[in-house]
Design a protein around this ligand. Structure first.
Ligand code: GCU
Length: 419
């Protein structure tokens, strides 16, 4: 027995016992047209002490989000890392780049490629971004040391042929990731490609899901994890890995992702206090926009078009979002008192930027309750002006994308909030 429990097997046992919580069926939930108060328990009682928030309400909210929306993340599993290649003179000698493969989970779980880049000039440990990308690590920098993903790829990603990455994609998203700016500002970054953890298709026979089924289980149940929860679990395992790197400041891990991967980042941060700062960029419905919102993407639309992103209970709210016993302000509140920046673009109304400002306002009571500044703005800021408070907000001109202007705001925010 001793041997069994001294290995990854104990994680596996825990993973297999993770079960749905004992909450009412959707039909029995009460309707509430407003963004629910994060400081009111499901039974209507008020949270009046910090201990109640930490020990009762936070666990309840985490379980509610998993039960009704994202599905349950398995317990952590042990991570092992192998360095495939290293370039100590990346970005013209400014950075060291490592191409790493991490493994976790039960036997057979697909490996995940991680690109880790850190500044050569540094004083002590550095703040580190953990990021998740759409098109493969090789698209962030044109460096032959970076492996191409072997898993399924989005067909609209650069250089993709027959749903697989090719050499042609190298460096084609350098303007999305802005690695040189990140290094110049004194940060490291570790990123992984989301398709390595779960291909973005309505199919749970690939990626991590089949490997985490309980013995005898053939398919996912109504409260089991969807793809967003799986990608968030991948972020947690990349955090496990970066914490083994000497240069990384374990107290200053910032997490960033765009759109569906922004939804993923907010869930990952809400579920894991090691993430000191979160930037769910243009995350919209199912992430940073209110499910009760009237602008942009509705819950029914996201469940119809992307049924694999959430669990099989979330569609029961399609025509009755007011029954959700939480809204996305409660997911932000789970991060309190840690900084969370909601960043947007004015032409990206699909992601409901003004509704996201309301989400920040409705998360603020928890920050105040914990004795920290919440949102330092009463109204949405002008385009390009960063509200740099624990609950941050940014909106720029332009469309749904991630670019250098966003990264400048992200870094200004992290400089102040990760002190
Ligand atoms: C679609 C989807 C959004 C999502 C976006 C993306 O537009 O409706 O919810 O955020 O894709 O991930 O790019």
């Amino acid at each position: 027995m001793k041997r069994l429990f001294s290995t990854g097997a104990c994680w596996l046992l825990l993973a297999l016992t993770a079960a749905a919580a004992d909450f009412p069926p959707v039909s029995e939930l009460k309707s509430n047209p407003n963004l629910p108060d994060p400081l009111t328990m499901l039974d209507g009682s008020k949270v009046t002490t910090k201990e109640q928030w930490e020990q009762k309400r936070k666990p309840e909210l985490k379980a509610l989000f998993q039960h009704y929306m994202y599905g349950f993340l398995p317990e952590p599993t042990k991570v092992t890392a192998t360095v495939n290649a290293e370039n100590k003179q990346a970005l013209g000698g400014k950075a060291t780049l490592k191409d790493v493969t991490i493994k976790f989970g039960p036997e057979g779980t697909p490996p995940v490629g991680v690109l880790f880049v850190y500044p050569n000039q540094r004083k002590g440990k550095v703040p580190t971004w953990v990021a998740i990308n759409f098109c493969g690590n090789h698209t962030a920098i044109a460096d032959p040391a970076v492996s191409l993903p072997k898993s399924w790829c989005q067909k609209n990603c650069p250089g993709v042929k027959d749903e697989h990455a090719t050499e042609e994609g190298r460096g084609k998203q350098a303007d999305v990731w802005n690695l040189e700016m990140i290094i110049d500002r004194g940060y490291a970054i570790a990123m992984y490609y989301y398709g390595d953890v779960d291909p973005d298709k309505h199919d749970f026979t690939d990626g991590v899901h089949p490997h985490f089924l309980k013995p005898g289980q053939k398919q996912l149940g109504k409260h089991d994890w969807g793809s967003i929860a799986a990608w968030a679990y991948g972020i947690h395992r990349v955090v496990d890995y970066v914490l083994t790197e000497d240069v990384v400041d374990s107290k200053r891990i910032a997490c960033v992702g765009h759109s569906r991967l922004g939804k993923t980042v907010l869930l990952a941060a809400a579920m894991d206090d090691r993430i000191a700062l979160a930037i769910p960029h243009q995350a919209g419905c199912g992430g940073t926009a209110p499910s009760r919102g009237k602008i942009g993407e509705p819950v029914k639309r996201i469940n119809d078009v992307f049924p694999h992103w959430f669990n099989d209970t979330f569609p029961e709210f399609n025509e009755q979002v007011d029954k959700l016993p939480f809204d996305q302000n409660c997911l932000v509140a789970l991060c309190a008192p840690r900084p969370v920046l909601l960043s947007n673009a004015i032409e990206d109304q699909w992601a409901n930027p003004s509704g996201q400002f309301e989400v920040q306002q409705a998360a603020a009571p928890v920050y105040q309750f914990l004795g920290v500044e919440g949102l330092a703005a009463k109204e949405m800021p002008e385009l390009g002006v960063l509200v740099n408070s624990k609950l941050g907000y940014f909106i720029r001109g332009g469309k749904h994308s991630m670019n250098a202007e966003d990264w400048k705001a992200f870094l200004d925010y992290a400089d102040k909030q990760l002190k």
